[in-house]
Design a protein around this ligand. Structure first.
Ligand code: GUN
Length: 284
């Protein structure tokens, strides 16, 4: 069994991005790449994620700006902030941290971000391009998984992929990315009857549900590649768990991602990669 070390690959990717930014900054007239993160309210998890994103930007020489808005911010205020960022020629990527407070309709604001600054790849235009296998910005977590598979030289062509969890942010785009790479993809959701009948056939089993230890040893084919995108925090111990019962499933897997240290760190590295990609698009 090979442990897929997302921390190691993420560090490697970050050092490559840092070198690329340093190279670009040798041109004295060049402006720095910039990511603006909009955080509405003060949910502690979101605050932590946003701090980590900013820190990661700074580590590689990307400007990481955080715009904090109060939990009671109006739709009009948020619209103004996003419109100003769309119009700011120094801003390459805009990330609206989710979830938003319930009085703000997430979809309305996600779609307000200009597709060419949509660092999350959540805009209909970018997701539509993904559907048609055209070059686009891919959501960070799905991109991180694909890059992990590539790094460990796991060929997906003709493989049975079981994608458990079909969110617009993770499961659907990841399944489509693998379909575009000629895998056979079986999408499963919470209504799927007898999930095991699906998972047991998978050469590559991916779970992104946020349900602790949903994937048990008996559901996994011998030699399968197992990718765990769940991150569930125990409210008392604060220990992180995944969707996969790692200790038992690892006995059957050929490759497996740990939680933490698997897909999670890749998401941040891919956010930096996307910001740099948008910067280069804007520059050219
Ligand atoms: N909240 C949790 N994950 C994400 C993400 O990937 N992007 C955004 N914008 N918000 C999130």
């Amino acid at each position: 069994m090979t442990l897929m070390d997302g921390k190691k690959l993420s560090d490697l990717k970050k050092s490559q991005i840092k070198s690329q930014v340093e190279e670009l900054m040798k041109d004295k007239n060049a402006r720095r790449p910039k990511l603006s993160v909009v955080l509405v309210g003060n949910d502690p998890s979101s605050e932590l994620y946003v701090r980590n994103k900013k820190k990661a930007c700074e580590m590689v020489g990307i400007i990481g700006e955080t715009i904090n808005l109060s939990a009671t911010c109006s739709a009009k205020e948020l619209t103004k902030v996003l419109t100003d960022l769309n119009n700011d020629s120094e801003v390459d990527g805009i990330l609206l941290q989710l979830p938003l407070p319930s009085h703000l309709n997430e979809e309305d604001f996600i779609q307000m971000i200009s597709p060419d600054k949509d660092v999350d790849g959540f805009h209909y235009i970018n997701q539509g391009k993904l559907l048609q296998n055209l070059p686009t910005i891919y959501s960070c977590t799905p991109l991180g998984v694909v890059e992990l598979l590539d790094y460990y030289k796991i060929d997906v062509v003709g493989k049975n992929v079981c994608m458990v969890g079909t969110s617009n942010i993770v499961g659907k785009p990841l399944g489509l990315m693998l379909l575009n790479r000629h895998a056979s993809v079986d999408f499963c959701n919470r209504e799927t009857k007898n999930l095991k009948e699906h998972t047991i056939k998978a050469d590559i089993l991916i779970s992104a549900t946020g349900r602790k230890w949903l994937i048990t040893e008996d559901m996994v084919k011998n030699g399968a590649v197992v990718i765990d995108i769940g991150t569930i925090k125990d409210p008392i111990t604060h220990k992180l768990y995944g969707d996969v019962d790692f200790e038992n499933v690892k006995k059957k897997a050929s490759f497996i991602t740990p939680v933490p240290g698997g897909v999670g760190p890749m998401t941040i590295a891919c956010l930096l990669e996307n910001t740099l990609k948008l910067y280069l698009n804007h520059k050219n």
